[in-house]
Ligand binder design. Sequence first.
Ligand code: SAH
Length: 345
Amino acid sequence: MKSIYDLTYEKLQIMFLENSMKKYRSDQCFQWLYRKQIDSFDKMSDLGKETIEWLKNNFYIETLKLVDKQVAKDKTTKYLFELSDGALIETVLMHYSFGKSVCITSQVGCNMGFTFCASGLLKKQRNLSSGEMVAQVLYVNKELLKEDERVRNVVIMGTGEPFDNYDNVIDFCKIINHDKGLAIGARKITISTCGIVPKIYDFSDEKVQYNLAISLHAPNDELRNKLMPINKAYPLEELFKALRYYSEKNNRRLTFEYILLKGVNDQEKHAVQLSKLLKGMNAFVNLIPYNQVDEHGFKSTDDKSALRFYDWLMKNKVKATLRTKHGDDIDAACGQLRAKHERID
Ligand code: SAH
């Protein structure tokens, strides 16, 4: 049995054709799944008995089991789900002025080992299938529909490294983007990577409109090596060579995420180094307040110093925004809620 949510529109169509089903039936099926968001093949009333039987014999419709849900004062909602094999994953809903955003998980656990991140407390167990990522968006979307709302933005910024699960992530994006389904605009989908260089080249060649965000967090190799071990495999020079290739091919603005860690990466010299690194690039820096993770000992830069850092960037002609904290009264940091529910070795 296969999860039907694993299949892109095109793959579903091929599956129908290979099994002597009518092509237009796959179109109807896709719309039942994503427009009407039904949870049983029996409800696909215009598909015909034979097609429904074939679907039931070959596929299942993934449902996530809710284990825990935390709602912050600002309504940021964190869901803890159990997958069919018992693995736990987190999904976050954020309410922005520009629309409801869902942050999804791409792997069970994470091997990137950022020294400040809660997700790395639990090592990677496996990749998520495209369907398991789709199911996260659908679950939240169904809740929003009750309030006459829907998911407008999707960020792949939860636990896991999306470019370490490249094919499934790309199929996931295709599924939620398809105009016969959820139709979440490509420019409303953001993939966040810590910089797996070969995959940045692959992604550049896909010529898709999804946004690319890079978790940078440090403007020099020495510091980045300490915070993010991936930098030892792909140091800044190689990373930026790949990013310039991406920009040439796609003409899209790149987003850089930069968490402000008190006394670690928030000095004027860091702002100057950052400006040199980004010089001439169509780039934008998101300064993110750090959600403290007790196990790691890093502190968040205070608001005044964060503003000062922002000013230094402005002075050095770097485009940036200073993000406000969301949901810091719940376990909102990547991996925090899950870590609480699992034994940490
Ligand atoms: N592996 C991908 C996506 C997951 S991490 C990546 O590296 O981009 C998503 C973002 O959350 C990264 O920028 C990461 O550095 C950040 N993050 C991790 N722990 C955090 C914390 N405690 N507070 C704030 N941001 C955090």
